[in-house]
Design a protein around this ligand. Structure first.
Ligand code: ADP
Ligand code: MG
Ligand code: MG
Length: 251
């Protein structure tokens, strides 16, 4: 479903190559994890897939069900079914969470040629999803992420993910900031949304998140490349031995 081939990415402003040939295929129904030391290019990969500015693809491709996602605007990528969650979600003062989510959902429906949801239908849907995920619906009345605790932001992110029903979810849970409760929240959200038609790419620095989300495949990234691919036990091996030995082996 998500197919990344020989992806090379450099910074637009500087002559600095960050991704040096990433090959990765995430099949529908599978959870793939990417682990790797700091600075290996994990976040860059998620930014490039999301369409963030400042990065230049110099070689390679990324397709979602055969569609070249790198050629699309960020909102078009979302319409194709790509969802990206980041560690620090933006705060949008003055915009209600409910309005924000409804706009996002309806923009996606429109792009897919589906009818937009009325506010009553949207409300019904969002309440049902919130209940399934054990999320307090009161959060919907507040401005987007403003004054949300770390845990509330995570909940909100998971709710957005559930509402948008993406084909492919990419979560970049960078090194710091995720306490045990937030981690469990992310994990239970991912587990609840696991589905044979949906793929996940979970990017994480630490193995502990993978105690709660059992991945089907684990990739180790180092210096802009996938160094090694294995099963869930590869994450445990990294937890035990660190990255240094693996990187030395691969070099
Ligand atoms: P990871 O998420 O694996 O820790 P990143 O993708 O954040 O790695 O970073 C990979 C490398 O690219 C690092 O050396 C980082 O300093 C560099 N880098 C990424 N984005 C930028 C940027 N906008 N400006 C300068 N350096 C950057
Ligand atoms: Mg980092
Ligand atoms: Mg990172």
């Amino acid at each position: 479903m998500l197919e990344i081939k020989n992806l090379h990415v450099k910074l637009e402003e500087e002559d600095k190559q960050i991704l040096k040939g990433v090959d990765l295929t995430v099949e529908a129904g599978k959870v793939h994890a990417i682990m790797g030391p700091n600075g290996s290019g994990k976040s860059t990969l998620s930014y490039v897939l999301s369409g963030r500015e400042g990065y230049e693809v110099t070689e390679g491709s990324a397709t979602l069900d055969g569609t070249d996602i790198l050629a699309l605007e960020p909102e078009e990528r979302a319409a194709e079914g790509l969802f990206l969650a980041f560690q620090y979600p933006v705060e949008i003062p003055g915009v209600g969470n409910m309005t924000f989510m409804r706009t996002a959902v309806n923009a996606q429906r429109k792009a897919r040629g589906e009818v937009e949801l009325s506010s009553a239908d949207f409300l019904k849907l969002v309440r049902a999803r919130a209940q399934e995920l054990q999320i307090d619906a009161d959060m919907l009345k507040r401005p987007v992420n403003v004054g949300f605790s770390g845990g509330e932001k995570k909940r909100n992110e998971i709710l957005q993910m559930a509402m948008l029903e993406p084909k492919m979810c990419i979560l970049d849970e960078t090194d710091s900031g995720l306490d045990v409760d937030a981690m469990k929240l992310v994990a239970s959200g991912v587990n609840a949304l696991r589905d044979e038609g949906r793929g996940f790419l979970v990017i994480t620095h630490y193995q502990r998140l993978l105690d709660h989300i059992t991945p089907d495949v684990v990739h180790i990234m180092a210096d802009g490349r996938i160094l090694k691919t294995g099963g869930p036990d590869l994450a445990l091996e990294v937890e035990k031995n660190g990255y240094t030995d693996l990187i030395a082996e691969g070099a």
